[in-house]
Design a protein around this ligand. Structure first.
Ligand SMILES: [Zn+2]
Length: 589
């Protein structure tokens, strides 16, 4: 049945932005937060286990109530940021949210400061089991937290310290415009536009686009050098102050992934670089080139791209999920039949795509900007996967509802795999199949191998900075060495690539973020492989993994699906899926 209205039915949450229901909710929160504060401020240490449990439950109930109007405001604003009513509501909610978190912040701090005996008593209480992971999440940085006045000082000095360099990086990068000749005419482009030309059919355009982009960064090499050196120095000093043993440790603690598991993940990835090299050689052949240059990695392999109508796309996605499990199919279909998807691009609507899980008692929503490309089709499967995850984990309570970060992309990427498999199995046209396979393989290479290259580079940058200032020549050397390990002799790096490190915001904004992409992608590939091996026997474990939401650590959550993330054999399974896809491509390349 085709869906006629392609916008959200936000009345599932509130009748209208000026409804008394919404006003009543928004009007009640400050009093509720004040009541909570009056009941518990400076009390956590004096409460017995039962009292602590009640405090956490009261806190959770407040969070559940607040999620509804705040998410409603966010949905409206995302659907039309030009609408004055929506803007005002969104502004009001963010200011209110800010005041409420200031009111409630004390509770997290007091929970973090509870002494271990108190926590041990709490653990012994059977009903407390639900909240143990939540508590661990709050307390995991405890050994690395300084005294309150020291923390305040650090935060205060950050503004003119490391955050000033971050801001400089953002502002400088955003100020760049680029001149390049295209179709016989000199034109001005943004960085985004140049990078999207890496998908251009002309090898010359691809080369000039990447060169122009990187050389522009090179012109400001002095600034990038200062930013990278200072960010690394600042991180090194903080590590020392907070007693961390390696630059990557704070990220691993945040992700709750043991250091050894991260190291396994990366070394198994490096051991499989040969797979990427094999693919690059096949692709060179398809493009009739002797050897790819790194500006050719995303060159298109087909002359025309197939387009999909939205109805066709929706059916393909629902059917891929239904083939896997009728329950999953029903859950995904309900997003469309209950109008919990906003489908088409329009002026004022937010770009990209997202899935919003509100709370265990309310239905999640999806935002798309569907234009009919294969990429857009995959995006529906991706966001529907997030949506599915949000529905299945609704058996959890609010504090355990959202999956831990390293697992947040599991259902989405798994859903994309289900779709790719279905498309490949039903597609007859070898041109289309070739494009499908290349798109998936390139996606996997970008989210696993490349992210490991980035992480290794970042580690070396931090370790070497500890011994003194790094010149741009030295940074380029490390950069090209780590990339060279991935490319081997299968890809030639263009000269301007010596500046390839200088534009990557993750290095500046969130240290060692990149490996979480590798983690998520590989976890899904390994799950998918297990599914292909075990068939129906795989399904209950995977469902349990999704249902667990954020109730457990990533390692314990993965264990529900029979997976040990500290076992390198497990990571290898992920690369076996990639190897199979490459074999499949060879048959038609
Ligand atoms: Zn996602």
């Amino acid at each position: 049945m085709p869906q006629t209205d392609l916008t959200w039915n936000t009345a599932l949450l509130y009748p209208a932005p000026d409804s008394p229901e919404l006003e009543a909710d928004l009007g009640s929160f400050e009093q509720l937060a004040a009541n909570f504060r009056a009941a518990y401020f400076e009390k956590a240490a004096t409460l017995d286990s039962k009292g602590l449990l009640k405090a956490i439950r009261d806190y959770e109930a407040l969070q559940t109530r607040m999620a509804k109007p705040f998410c409603y405001a966010h949905l409206l604003f995302a659907s039309d940021s030009g609408n004055e009513t929506y803007r005002a509501l969104s502004m009001r909610c963010s200011e209110l949210g800010n005041r409420l978190s200031q009111q409630l912040l004390f509770f997290d701090i007091e929970l973090m400061e509870l002494d271990d005996n108190k926590i041990a008593d709490f653990r012994a209480l059977p009903e407390a089991a639900t909240y143990l992971h939540f508590l661990e999440g709050i307390r995991k940085f405890r050994p690395h937290t300084l005294k309150e006045n020291e923390e305040r000082l650090l935060t205060r000095k950050e503004l003119t310290g490391v955050r000033a360099f971050t801001k400089l990086f953002d502002e400088l990068s955003a100020s760049f415009t680029y001149q390049m000749e295209l179709d016989g005419e000199m034109k001005e482009f943004t960085g985004e536009e140049l990078l999207s030309m890496l998908h251009h059919t002309s090898a010359d355009v691809r080369f000039r686009a990447l060169t122009t982009f990187l050389e522009r960064h090179g012109e400001h090499g002095i600034v990038f050098n200062a930013v990278f050196n200072n960010v690394a120095l600042d991180h090194g000093q903080e590590m020392e102050l907070r007693n961390y043993s390696s630059p990557i440790q704070p990220t691993n603690i945040g992700n709750e992934i043991p250091d050894e598991a991260v190291e396994h993940l990366m070394s198994v990835t490096e051991a499989n670089y040969g797979l990427a090299q094999e693919y690059f050689r096949i692709k060179a052949g398809m493009l009739k080139m002797d050897k790819l240059r790194n500006c050719d990695l995303y060159a298109p392999v087909a002359e025309v791209e197939r387009a999909y109508s939205f109805d066709e796309a929706r059916e393909l996605v629902v059917d891929s999920y239904r083939d896997y499990s009728p329950e999953f199919g029903d859950i995904v279909e309900a997003f469309f039949t209950e109008r919990r998807v906003d489908v088409l691009p329009r002026t004022g609507k937010s770009g990209g795509a997202f899935a919003m899980g509100i709370s265990p008692v309310l239905p999640p929503f999806l935002l798309l900007n569907y234009t009919g490309t294969l990429r857009d089709l995959a995006t529906i499967a991706h966001e529907a996967g997030h949506g599915l995850h949000f529905v299945i984990s609704q058996t959890q309570s609010t504090l355990n509802y959202h999956a831990p970060l390293p697992l947040a992309e599991t259902a989405s990427v798994f859903g994309e795999m289900l779709l790719t498999r279905r498309l490949l199995d039903n597609e007859q046209d070898p041109q289309v199949r070739r494009s499908l396979l290349c798109a998936k393989i390139e996606d996997i290479i970008a989210t696993t191998f490349r992210q490991t290259v980035l992480t290794r580079f970042e580690l070396r940058l931090h370790n070497e900075r500890a011994n003194g200032l790094l010149s741009n020549d030295r940074i380029a050397e490390i950069w090209l060495e780590e990339n060279g390990k991935l490319f081997g002799d299968s890809v030639e790096m263009i000269p301007a690539y010596r500046w390839g490190w200088s534009y990557i915001g993750h290095f500046i904004h969130s240290r060692f973020y990149c490996y979480s992409y590798t983690f998520a992608e590989l976890l899904v590939l390994a799950l998918f492989r297990k599914y292909r091996e075990d068939g129906d026997a795989f399904k209950p474990g995977y469902r349990a993994l999704l249902e667990s939401g954020g109730a457990l650590s990533p390692a314990d959550t993965a264990r529900l699906a029979g997976i040990d993330i500290t076992d390198s054999g497990f990571w290898q399974k992920g690369y076996d899926v990639l190897a199979e896809l490459i074999e499949e491509l060879k048959l038609i390349a």
